[in-house]
Design a protein around this ligand. Structure first.
Ligand SMILES: [Zn+2]
Length: 425
């Protein structure tokens, strides 16, 4: 084992390269469907380190039958490139490890609202700004440069390590699922999502759905004879807000998620509809996200939500004869809790303490991460631990560089504690 000082010196030696690497990674506008050039660059970087690279597309993988799969519409999986680099040890002396990070980012929104353009990463003081700088290209650099630190110090893991960069984390999780469908397994999985250097204890389930609502179009001068699909959508949205308030009452008896105030969030996130300003709208589509009440099977939750939409529709003569359609398009994600007491969590805690001099705090997230695939469906102890930052889905997203450096050190130490190390020349 290396001392923490030896490891720290190695992280320091590579630090300016790590910041440049993060700037390059953040400069790729890897929004959904546009991740391939980013992934191609990552694959070349991994190959350049001598790692054995498996680069494939989601369309190459059969996984619709697997637990955790989320259905998709209007997305081309031939464009969804995934990367798994195997760093194999000649002899397995320690425990194997998956290091996973997602490179997909959410849309930047109106660029004029950013201080600097979202895909021109900018360092000011201790912060690196840019879409994805925090969530979670910071974490991708942490896992890669943690491996580099061991190498700089003259060591490599004494067990197999799989370094994975996936897409689809922000909408389905099918990128993570594809690595498991492809057969990659290990004794533990670490995902450096930006957790403010806390251990992530658990995440809620999340569901996406598209409401399609009809209207009866008439000239606006006689609107009392028609219906307005946009206003009807608003009526259904209000019913779902009432449903959400009920769910937040029910979650108060949950052993973990009762610790969070009103963790069930519902968001009508994207809307389109209507054809003409002087015609009442004949159609409206709303893409929605809602958190799933933990402990509820997804099918039961879908049924309950559908009943809420039906009941709201019955209050309206037109909608009761033309009920809204619900398409389950995107996340169908179960909740996940890493139960306390795992050896892997103890290892990550010890590494954090060695790097920072303090015991780590733990946190719960009212959202999803990819941990559920490894931990819930494949029994691989899986946790998130990553740097501090803010505004992950907002304007001027940033990561704090000193926290990223410390996180890189903690992950390097976690790797050597978990996998063991061997000297390399
Ligand atoms: Zn993320």
């Amino acid at each position: 084992m290396l001392t923490i000082t030896q490891l720290k010196n190695a992280v320091d030696a590579n630090w300016s390269r790590q910041v440049e690497w993060l700037k390059t990674l953040t400069s790729f506008p890897s929004e959904r469907g546009e991740e391939a050039s980013c992934q191609d660059w990552v694959a070349r970087e991994f190959a350049g380190r001598g790692w054995s690279v498996d680069r494939y597309r989601l369309s190459d993988v059969s996984m619709a039958h697997l637990p955790g799969y989320s259905p998709v519409m209007d997305t081309d999986y031939q464009r969804a490139v995934q990367v798994v680099a195997a760093v194999r040890a000649p002899e397995q002396k320690g425990r194997s490890l998956i290091l996973q990070g997602h490179v997909d980012v959410v849309p930047a929104g109106p660029k004029a609202m950013w201080t600097d353009p979202p895909y021109q990463p900018t360092v000011r003081g201790n912060r690196l700004y840019g879409r994805g700088s925090n969530d979670m290209k910071s974490g991708v650099t942490a896992m890669v440069f943690a491996m580099d630190a061991l190498r700089t110090a003259g060591y490599a893991p004494a067990a197999d390590v799989y370094v994975q960069t996936v897409t689809e984390e922000e909408c389905t999780g099918n990128g993570a699922l594809s690595t498991l469908a492809r057969g990659y397994r290990a004794d533990a999985c670490l995902i450096p999502e930006p957790t403010h250097q806390k251990i992530l204890r658990g995440t809620l389930g999340v569901m996406w759905f598209r409401l399609s609502i009809r209207g009866r179009p008439v000239h606006v001068s006689e609107s009392e004879n028609g219906t307005n699909a946009i206003l009807s959508a608003y009526h259904v949205i209000k019913a779902l807000q009432v449903f959400t308030a009920e769910l937040n009452e029910r979650v108060k008896s949950h052993p973990w998620f009762s610790k969070l105030p009103a963790p069930i969030k519902f968001n009508p996130g994207k809307i389109r509809g209507g054809d003409w300003a002087s015609s009442t709208p004949a159609w409206c589509e709303v893409d929605c996200r809602i958190a799933v009440l933990p402990g509820t099977p997804l099918e039961a939750f879908r049924n309950e939500l559908s009943a809420v939409v039906s009941a709201a529709s019955l209050q309206d003569p037109f909608l009761s004869n033309n009920p809204p359609e619900i398409a389950w398009n995107g996340f169908q994600a179960d909740d996940y809790v890493l139960e306390p007491g795992s050896t892997f969590e103890a290892t990550m805690r010890a590494a954090h303490e060695a790097a920072t001099g303090k015991a780590p705090e733990e946190t719960l997230l009212p959202a999803v991460t990819d941990c559920r695939f490894y931990g819930r469906y494949y029994g691989i102890p899986s946790l998130c631990y990553g740097a501090s930052g803010a505004d992950s889905h907002g304007f001027d997203e940033y990561v704090e560089l000193d926290s990223l450096k410390e996180t890189t050190l903690a992950i390097a130490d976690c790797i050597q504690r978990w996998c063991g190390v061997r000297a390399v020349t």
